[in-house]
Write a protein that binds this ligand. Sequence first.
Ligand code: FES
Length: 170
Amino acid sequence: MQVKQQKSIKEIDEVIKKYHETGGLIRILQKTQEIYGYLSEETQIYIAKKLNMPMSEVNGVVTFYSLFSTKPKGKYTIGVCLGTACYVKGANEIMKKLKQTLEIDEGETSADKMFTLIATRCIGACGLAPVITIGDDVHGRLNVEDVPKILEKYQNSPEKNYNTPNNHIK
Ligand code: FES
């Protein structure tokens, strides 16, 4: 396994040791994702070997749950709500503008590794439709013209670190 830092392997080994006994594959994957930011194929192989289980079993869990990512994510995850209220108010146009501006598609990360773009279900803020989330921040009543300004705000505040969307869909 080629892992950048020996320290990370140690951390994963500790996670495996801690949660193996309690049968927590999901917990192990969650904790490992916290360390690396995502679960690469080689990380999954490593965990499967350590747990003495088929890689297909580990991969099955990783691909089943939307909280797991197999690709590196950007510093900020942008979730565009495509629920009915937002859709009616033009969420699709917002999504189009984000794709165009960031030059990426849904599920992808911008070249500068700043933003990952995903679609979400209703986040319960329909009164603010159309809505996007950036990390834990909610931006509502958006116009297409607002998109560049909002992105700029995040590009100019590198000290903030949002990377834990909890409502994404695959
Ligand atoms: S449909 Fe978008 S917040 Fe409810």
